[in-house]
Design a protein around this ligand. Structure first.
Ligand code: NAD
Length: 498
């Protein structure tokens, strides 16, 4: 059986330690195993990283950018095989896997501009003969811990920016689909990155804890579910690290009475069911404003849902594929039962979905609930599956409050033709990323990604200039070059520029 190993320069992990199954979600069969790491594996990666990082930091930023340019070309040349590998472990359809890779690649393109992004500030003549300048310096060794649902994009969000800034990066990807992250690291080496600057260690809690406690890891970027994000944030901060920890989500799509409902249904079916709902920027809650809007929307949604094609990840006609594991399928189906028990109206039931010839695959059919209320656990919690919930709101204020008061605050969208309502909504809603007639408002690479409330712990977002700030520290230099004449000022008073 294929074994997915760590990518640690000059180190072979000892065999015989724990391994974890990697499934083919289309068939339900184990297709490979991933070697889970322990302290000794992290120590080996750290020793290499510590040895090579100073030279990488001293490499001028233009040369570091050239590695990114070459990596971009390699990703493009390998797009088909990467997407096939990604789909085979994750279950998302090939076109969606290409989107996952492409969105990560856009961060690499941003990182190609690192010489510009790292420019500091300069003030000439801040005082008599005094100039002040600031520079951004890398932190040293930093680490990223990533979820299963974007095994290409999220690692690239992190290592693209971190490495371009001059850091060495240790990546701990999800143990459920670890092959693409390893392949990305191999391609970085092929692009000319020195060995030891990007290494991959696999594992579960044991490896995560080793990373969080390691004194030489200066920053940790985490993306995953909220309880673990919170744990990672606290443990990492306690160990004196800079930590950004992105968590779960429950994004609302507000549908105003004046919205173009055909467009909304088109956007909503993609955003709720695409990638089987396994996206932190999916739209699993739709909030029609007014009973008339709700009834009309529901009527239009039903035939659109009936047309959805669920298929294997290699089916080019499929809208979405299986979910990642049997355990996750069981969890989603458990939430559907909970919704029924809580009194929501189950309009379309996706449980028990079978694909002929793939009866053991982890498929869940599209599911629609109506008349979901805020007291229900199925509303309050993240389901992370192909389940769309209609929560009816009386008016604009009610819809705004729903999204604002939810425990999660990752993304939100409003569908309307009214510019004033959209503007008001965007400025008042208590959520980090807002779409106006855009169902999945993932910001482009040169802006930054980050939710609010329990969707993110820590203050600094992913990628864009926020990413540069996260992976660097600012040093400010105040310099004076005296002309030789004595300075008669009082040296015992705090200096001012007055
Ligand atoms: P997860 O929390 O199970 O795993 C994320 C990472 O944490 C993995 O690398 C995993 O190995 C590690 N981990 C798992 N259990 C751990 C433990 N007990 N202690 C320490 N580390 C542990 O998340 P997932 O199921 O892989 O991904 C889906 C979740 O990620 C969803 O909640 C989704 O909303 C969220 N997500 C958030 C964003 C965002 O930017 N906000 C983006 C993508 C996914």
């Amino acid at each position: 059986m294929r074994i997915v190993d760590h990518l640690i320069s000059g180190h072979e992990a000892a065999a015989g330690y724990r391994e974890s199954d990697i499934f083919d979600p289309n068939t339900g069969k184990v297709q490979a195993k991933v070697r889970l790491g322990r302290q000794a594996d992290l120590d080996a990666a750290m020793a290499k990283a510590l040895a090579v990082q100073p030279a990488w930091a001293a490499t001028n930023p233009q040369r570091r950018a050239r590695v990114m340019f070459r990596f971009k070309e390699l990703i493009e040349a390998n797009m088909d095989s990467l997407a096939a590998l990604l789909s085979s472990e994750h279950g998302k359809v090939i076109a969606d896997s290409k989107g996952d890779i492409q969105r990560g690649l856009e961060v690499i393109e941003f990182a190609c501009g690192i010489p510009h992004a790292l420019k500091g500030e300069y003030t000439q003549g801040a005082g008599p003969g005094i100039d002040v300048y600031s520079m951004r310096q890398p932190l040293g060794i930093v680490a990223g811990i990533t979820p299963f649902n974007f095994p290409a994009m999220i690692p690239m969000w992190m290592f693209g920016v971190a490495i371009a800034c001059g850091n060495a990066f240790i990546l701990k990807p999800s143990e459920r689909d670890p092959s693409v992250p390893v392949r990305l690291a191999e391609l970085m080496l092929e692009a000319g990155l020195p060995e030891g600057i990007l290494q991959v260690v696999h594992g579960d809690k044991e490896m995560v804890d080793a990373i969080l406690d390691h004194p030489e890891i200066k920053a940790v970027s985490f993306v995953g579910s909220s309880d673990i994000a919170h744990y990672v944030y606290r443990r990492g901060v306690d160990a004196g690290k800079r930590v950004q920890a992105m968590g779960g989500a429950k994004n609302h799509g507000i549908v105003m009475p004046d919205a173009d409902l055909d467009q909304v249904v088109h956007d909503l079916t993609g955003a709720a069911f695409g990638s089987a709902g396994e996206r932190c920027m999916a739209l699993p809650v739709v909030v029609p404003v007014g009973e008339q809007t709700a009834n009309a929307l529901r009527e239009k949604l039903l035939p659109a849902i009936a047309k959805l094609r669920v298929g294997v990840s290699t089916d080019a006609e499929a809208h979405y594929g299986p979910v990642v594991t049997a355990a996750h399928k069981a969890k989603i189906e458990g939430y559907i039962q909970m919704g029924v028990d809580e009194g929501a109206e189950l309009v379309v039931d996706g449980r028990g979905f079978m694909l002929q010839g793939h009866e053991d695959g982890f498929f869940v059919g599209p599911t629609l609930f109506d008349r979901v209320t805020t007291q229900m656990r199925t509303y309050q919690e993240e389901i992370f599956g192909p389940v769309l919930q209609i929560v009816r709101a009386e008016n604009f204020e009610g819809a705004l409050n729903l999204a604002s008061e939810h425990q999660y605050g990752n993304g939100v969208a409003i569908f309307t033709r009214n510019g004033h309502a959209a503007r008001e909504f965007a400025s008042r809603v208590n959520v980090g990323m807002v779409g106006i007639n855009v169902p999945i408002p993932v910001p482009v690479a040169y802006h930054s990604f980050g939710g609010w409330k329990r969707s993110a712990f820590g203050d600094v977002n992913q990628h864009g200039m926020e990413g540069i700030r996260f992976y660097t520290k600012v040093k400010t230099v105040t310099q004076r070059w005296p002309d030789g004449s004595p300075d008669g000022g009082n040296a015992f008073v705090i200096p001012t520029m007055g």
